[in-house]
Design a protein around this ligand. Structure first.
Ligand SMILES: Cc1ncc(C[n+]2csc(CCOP(=O)(O)OP(=O)(O)O)c2C)c(N)n1
Ligand SMILES: [Mg+2]
Length: 397
């Protein structure tokens, strides 16, 4: 192939990038962004100051929420945060190998989690500790995998809450297939798939959007846009706000304030209702912020500034509901004090449960790989047994 023909096939660089001037480059990027989508619209029912704002479209989905239920949402968020902080500490103390904190994402998870019915089915990533809480999965069960003593820790069918998924975006395909299946069964339940802003770049997510749209599958895609995929900012994932991508696949997308638990509850209820009514998938983008590190192995100070986090601390999901509860006299000091005591007790229970987790049998890893056994697994088991035995010999000499 001649040099000329290669050049003809290669997309031309813009004059700006050829010249290498950042100014020209910036102009090109801005133009692309402007042309690609419209200004984002945000659904918000509760402001950061804790003020309830009217919303003609979504108010009806939370109109029946009682003061007792509001306190319940607050309790869910506080206990989830406490559990999460305890897990982070346990990792620092060497009791867990790793932890993925949800700090700052409590409203997105509790709001959407409390919108679900028991017969709905959840496909989480690895950070949905608040959703797990809403499903009734015992929080201590979430820790086994992070301690390295089991491969999951709960029965997915016990609470209709699948095991955590580390392979980014893959659970959206599982959710879509499951939703197509329950639709064929004639069930009126719905499926929800959680994923992140970074996951939205995965082929699996695009494929699940295509399949769910053309098969009208009863699935809600719940994207927690916490604005970072480890060290990659959202601008590197999409030229348009993530929720606007749904339009190209032929189903609605909505951006909700992910730090507003009422907004998340309302929008998810609406999306689930659509799914149940046979109207197909919906993309909900919960616009939020990951206040902590990606995981305990990450150091965010290497790629983002403190001021960003501080700005989001002012939008804290728990604080805003507390302000609303106090201003509307829906909760008194006694309630908050009782909850503090309950948090303490949960922390203690979690610490004790983790330390008491038995180490697995060394050979358990080879079980349940195949239903009927497999030559390769047998070989690996034998190799591992020989390896273990080599320590015994050393000890004996
Ligand atoms: C298929 C795949 N590619 C890469 C990784 C490594 N990885 C783990 S988490 C992560 C970032 C995910 O970001 P996002 O989807 O925004 O979720 P978040 O952790 O921010 O909640 C990556 C790239 C992985 N687990 N799976
Ligand atoms: Mg993210």
């Amino acid at each position: 192939m001649t040099v000329e023909s290669t050049a003809a096939r290669t997309p031309r660089r813009s004059a700006g990038s050829k010249a290498g001037t950042t100014g020209t480059k910036r102009t090109t990027r801005t133009t692309a962004k402007k042309d690609a989508g419209t200004e984002p619209q945000l659904v918000q029912l509760l402001t950061p100051e804790g003020k309830r704002v009217k919303n003609a479209e979504y108010d009806k989905y939370v109109a029946g929420v009682t003061p007792d239920e509001l306190r319940g949402l607050y309790r869910d968020m506080v206990l989830t945060r406490r559990f999460d902080a305890e897990a982070t500490s346990l990792q620092r103390q060497g009791e867990l190998g790793l932890w993925a904190s949800l700090l700052g994402q409590e409203a997105a998870q509790i709001g959407s989690g409390r919108a679900l019915r028991d017969d709905d089915y959840v496909f989480p990533t690895y950070r949905e500790h608040g959703v797990a809480w809403c499903r009734g999965v015992d929080p201590t069960n979430l820790l086994g995998m992070f301690r390295g003593v089991n491969n999951g820790g709960w029965d997915p069918n016990g609470n209709n809450f699948q095991l955590y998924t580390i392979v980014i975006g893959s659970q959206t395909l599982h959710a879509t297939g499951y939703a197509m299946g329950i639709a064929k069964d004639g069930a009126d339940s719905a499926v929800i798939a959680y994923f992140g802003d970074g996951a939205s770049s995965q082929g699996d997510v695009a494929e699940s959007f295509t399949f769910s749209a053309v098969y009208n599958a009863p699935v809600v895609f719940f994207c927690q846009n916490n604005q970072w995929a480890i060290s990659e900012p959202t601008e590197k994932q999409s030229r348009v706000p993530i929720y606007q991508r749904a339009q190209g696949f032929g189903f609605p997308g909505v951006r909700v304030d992910g730090n507003d638990v009422l907004g998340c509850l309302a929008v998810t209820r609406w999306a689930l209702e659509r799914a149940r009514a046979g109207e197909g998938p919906t993309l909900v983008e919960a616009f939020t912020y990951r206040m902590g590190a990606h995981t305990t192995s990450d150091d965010p100070s290497r790629y983002r500034g403190d001021e960003e986090r501080q700005a989001w601390e002012a939008k804290d999901p728990i604080l805003r509901l507390r302000r609303y509860l106090e201003a509307s006299n829906h909760a008194d000091e006694g309630f908050f004090a009782e909850l503090e005591a309950e948090s303490e007790a949960l922390g203690k229970r979690v610490r004790e449960a983790v330390r008491a987790m038995p180490d697995p049998d060394h050979f358990a890893i080879f079980e349940n790989v195949y239903a009927d056994g497999h030559a390769l697994v047998d070989e690996e088991r034998a190799q591992f047994a020989a390896y273990q035995a080599s320590f015994a010999d050393e000890g004996g000499n």
